[in-house]
Ligand binder design. Structure first.
Ligand SMILES: Nc1nc2c(ncn2[C@@H]2O[C@H](COP(=O)(O)O)[C@@H](O)[C@H]2O)c(=O)[nH]1
Ligand SMILES: [Zn+2]
Length: 355
């Protein structure tokens, strides 16, 4: 039971080091263990000490977070964990604690943990087309992301799980603004706009400029959110299965309800390579490479694996096309032999083939 936090549990040095790596494999850990690992990130980043967060409050908060992720195929607690783990890994790899202040680091980790709270498993397009309560509440403007933020701060309103209770008014205000900004940036409808804005500041990036810093934090949040393809294949492929399962559930429901269906969610149109090739080429690599311009240190561990994933899915696509062509040729041949009536003339055959 995930609430059964044992404060005595010690995480070994080996696991603490592994937790910092983009190669971390979530499929080897259960939910209660992942809660302990989230706690460890707070401890190892020094956030509990710097912001005077007591263990009991941290446990209650993490358990509340756990309870507010739904049992859906993709946007569940494991996704929350993996996004946070990638965020933590990037903080370590880029050495963000020496480039940002403590409150920025707390903002990034809190944003990652909260970024998909109470996700129903149906995306914004569905919310808007089906005129759900969320779409009505937020006037079709990033209904899900607004909801995730709102749930995050509702949880923090409860004193027993308010990990921010020792922040002063200004600190809380700055953290709240930062978390809202980071979570709203995860709406893929804003992707091009956010990336363009970041690209325009990469040359001449200034860590002392708070707008530059805020923009970079949004990009780091986005990278962490969609980073599955930067993972080893044995970690990434099951995540793609989960994503497609959620997409197909949505498109099945849309077909039943007579709502528009996006082709990338349609089980009759999508294959794994067709889902990933465009996403990697046009979404992941431009985003990751933009961050790589500012922080070249992410190249080997985060960008190169994404390029390899593109090769993997391109090979798979080619193999599928070859197979399709082969099957079509076979079918054609079978049809021809069935259709052409046997001739009983005595014309000569060449190489055994009727001419
Ligand atoms: N085709 C793929 N789409 C992906 C992948 N990873 C993420 N996504 C899409 O991005 C959004 C944003 O993430 P969210 O967790 O904030 O919702 C997600 O819903 C998918 O539509 C991927 O590997 N392939
Ligand atoms: Zn997410």
């Amino acid at each position: 039971m995930p609430c059964d936090f044992n404060s005595q549990v010690q995480v070994t040095k080996e696991v603490r080091d592994y937790l910092k790596k983009p190669t971390f494999d979530n499929w080897q850990w259960d939910d209660p263990e992942m809660m302990i690992l989230l706690r460890q990130m707070f401890l190892d980043l020094g956030l509990t000490t710097k912001f005077n967060i007591d263990m009991e409050t941290l446990h209650l908060w993490l358990f509340e977070i756990y309870k507010h992720y739904n049992d859906v195929p993709f946007h569940n607690f494991k996704h929350c964990f993996m996004v946070t783990q990638m965020m933590y890994g990037m903080c370590c790899l880029i050495d963000l604690p020496n480039k940002l202040d403590d409150l920025d680091i707390l903002t990034l980790i809190t944003s990652a943990i909260c970024h998909d709270l109470d996700h129903p498993g149906y995306n914004n397009a569905y919310q808007i087309n089906a005129r759900t309560e969320l779409a009505l509440r937020y006037n079709d403007i990033s209904p899900l992301e607004n909801h995730h933020c709102s749930v995050a701060f509702e949880i923090l309103e409860r004193q027993e799980c308010n990990i921010l209770r020792n922040l002063n008014r200004d600190e809380f205000k700055r953290l709240r603004e930062g978390v809202i900004r980071c979570i709203l940036a995860t709406d893929m409808a804003k992707h091009n706009e956010v990336l363009k804005a970041f690209r325009s500041i990469v040359d001449g990036f200034d860590f002392a400029n708070k707008d530059n810093k805020a923009m970079m934090m949004m990009i780091v949040m986005k990278v962490a959110d969609i980073s599955n393809e930067a993972r080893p294949m044995e970690v990434a492929v099951p995540w793609l299965d989960c994503l497609l399962e959620e997409f197909f559930n949505q498109s099945d429901l849309e077909k039943l309800e007579g709502l528009p269906v996006a082709p990338f969610m349609d089980r009759d149109k999508v294959t794994k390579p067709s889902s990933q090739i465009g996403f990697i080429k046009f979404v992941l690599l431009p985003l990751f490479e933009a961050l790589g311009e500012l922080f070249p240190v992410i190249t080997d561990d985060i960008i190169v694996p994404v390029r390899k994933a593109l090769d993997y899915y391109t090979d798979m696509q080619n193999a599928l096309e070859e197979e399709k062509k082969r099957k079509e040729a076979e079918k054609c041949e079978a049809n021809l032999s069935g259709l052409v009536p046997p001739r009983n003339d005595s014309r000569p055959k060449q190489n055994g083939v009727v001419q």
